[in-house]
Ligand binder design. Structure first.
Ligand code: MN
Length: 496
């Protein structure tokens, strides 16, 4: 279905009550006029692209300026309209945002991992720390470009899909935009890994069929139990996304055995508030017993670093099959799907009005310290040994998949995939790294270079006195922080 201006207005009004429709119309008419006669590679009028992006942004509940910047974002490149012209016509805030979207858009991978790419990437994060909206608009832009990727010559499709999977997907993930992340993964999967896509589709087919035949009955039974106990909840089940299934199959403990995957259909219980989540869990566990050792994860009490909250539990259903059930409140659900966009309050704290300090604190985004990592990444410029090396670490930290591990006290730490107890120690506190005797993972003694997994509880057994770090640690540490601290310490004792 082709979107129209009226669709956009309806979507914007559905999510906000402060839309100035005359202004929105004016911006749309301007974009429409300036894109007139231009076509997308799919053969559609160019304005369909701008409208689609604006519609997505409206659906995320973003402010009017973001929606309008979505409509105007390609005018500089496509129609030679300058930022000054946009400023003259629509004011400085909108012009700045269109400028920001174009700056962020310069990040290109296209098969190269050179310095230019990494510098551009860093620029993107610098910009992100100032105004998150430019990045959100780029994400919406990328989503539509992938949806219409079929319009491009085959030789151009894979590089763009790969760039999306390597840059924009991790970005969406770390921002806690779960819905967009899965969407982009599933859209790019067949372009990037066609053979693997075929394999997963083939082996998953019969298992999905089995789940689809049996899960509705399980859902009905849960529904009945909840209403019996007076718990108001919405219960549904949806098939696991293919790319996320693929990644899970490739985990060493799963070893490509689809029989070990219990959330082919993710069953969700969505309640009114956090307290009802625990009531629902209680009712569920009285009715169906939790699976020993697979256990439950309480991400409500201990949210994931990107803000994700839910209780996950695995139970034996009435047939003795293991199913995974996620329990969360409506608010947590919206947060999990849309991330920071869910709570945007830009109409109050406009980027132009808020002070730089406030922007750096993140108060004007209302996303609080969940975005510490953006500031951390941006701050790296000041603490580099060699620029080249630091920038390489930067892309690794920013774009690799992340895991979360727990301290013995239950604090959550966010680390890049394949991080080790040494990375953990230096990220908890720079001094802890200098007291490493050995480590325990989930209460078992482990080597200091063991690869950590999400959910691991990591404990550092400390030496009595601080000691110089081992030079060999540099061979396996993954985080910039650990590398930096180890090098600094070794330099002091003349070890490097
Ligand atoms: Mn575009």
């Amino acid at each position: 279905m082709e979107l129209t201006y009226d669709n956009l207005l309806v979507e914007a009004n559905t999510h906000r009550n402060d839309i100035d429709k005359n202004h929105l119309r004016m911006v749309f008419d301007y974009a429409n006029e300036k894109h007139l006669g231009q076509l997308r590679k799919t053969g559609d009028p160019y304005i369909t692209h701008s409208l689609n992006i604006a519609h997505t942004l409206a659906g995320w509940g973003l402010d009017q300026t973001s929606i309008e910047a979505g409509l105007l974002h390609d005018l500089p490149e496509m129609s030679g309209i300058s930022i000054e012209e946009i400023e003259k016509k629509f004011g400085v805030e909108l012009a700045d945002l269109v400028d920001g979207v174009n700056l962020v858009g310069q990040v290109r991978l296209r098969g190269s991992r050179d310095m230019e790419f990494l510098e551009n990437l860093r620029k993107m994060f610098v910009h992100m720390a100032k105004d998150l909206r430019a990045v959100l608009i780029r994400l919406a832009d990328r989503r539509h470009n992938i949806l219409t990727l079929y319009g491009l010559p085959i030789i151009k499709q894979r590089p763009i899909a790969l760039e999306t999977l390597e840059i924009y997907v991790p970005l969406a993930e770390r921002m806690g935009m779960g819905k967009l992340k899965s969407e982009l993964e599933d859209l790019t999967f067949p372009y990037v890994y066609p053979e693997e896509y075929k394999w997963v589709t083939e082996i998953a087919g019969p298992h999905f069929k089995h789940s689809i035949e049996n899960v509705p009955e399980s859902i009905n039974r849960i529904r009945l139990q909840m209403s019996k106990h007076g718990i108001v909840a919405q219960i549904d089940g949806r098939p696991k996304h293919k790319y996320s299934l693929y990644r899970k199959l490739m985990r060493p403990e799963i070893n490509q055995d689809i029989g070990k995957i219990h959330d082919l259909i993710a069953v969700r219980i969505i309640t009114k508030d956090a307290a009802s989540c625990y009531s629902a869990l209680g009712v569920l566990h009285q009715y169906w017993k939790p699976v020993p050792f697979l256990g439950i994860s309480d991400f409500i009490a201990q949210p994931k670093p990107n803000g994700y909250q839910s209780i996950h539990t695995k139970v034996f259903d009435h047939r003795g099959n293991i199913i995974e059930i996620q329990i969360r409140s409506e608010e947590m659900h919206v947060q999990a799907e849309f991330g920071p966009a869910a709570h945007f309050a830009y109409s109050i704290a406009k980027s132009s009005g808020a002070s730089t300090d406030k922007l750096e604190e993140g108060t004007s985004f209302k996303v609080g310290n969940k975005f510490d990592w953006v500031k951390q990444l941006v701050g790296w410029k000041d603490q580099m040994f060699s620029e080249k090396e630091a920038i390489k670490d930067f892309s690794l930290d920013a774009l690799s998949h992340h895991i979360y591990v727990f301290s013995p006290k239950g604090d959550v730490y966010d680390l890049p995939e394949n991080s080790t107890p040494v990375d953990y120690a230096f990220n908890v506190h720079s001094s802890l790294g200098f007291f490493i005797q050995t480590a325990k993972i989930n209460d078992r003694i482990a080597t200091v270079d063991a690869k950590l997994k999400s959910g691991d509880v990591v404990e550092i057994i400390k030496t009595k006195k601080s000691k110089s770090p081992n030079k060999n640690w540099l061979r396996f540490v993954k985080t910039h922080k650990a590398k930096l601290e180890i090098k600094k310490a070794l330099e002091k004792v003349g070890g490097v």
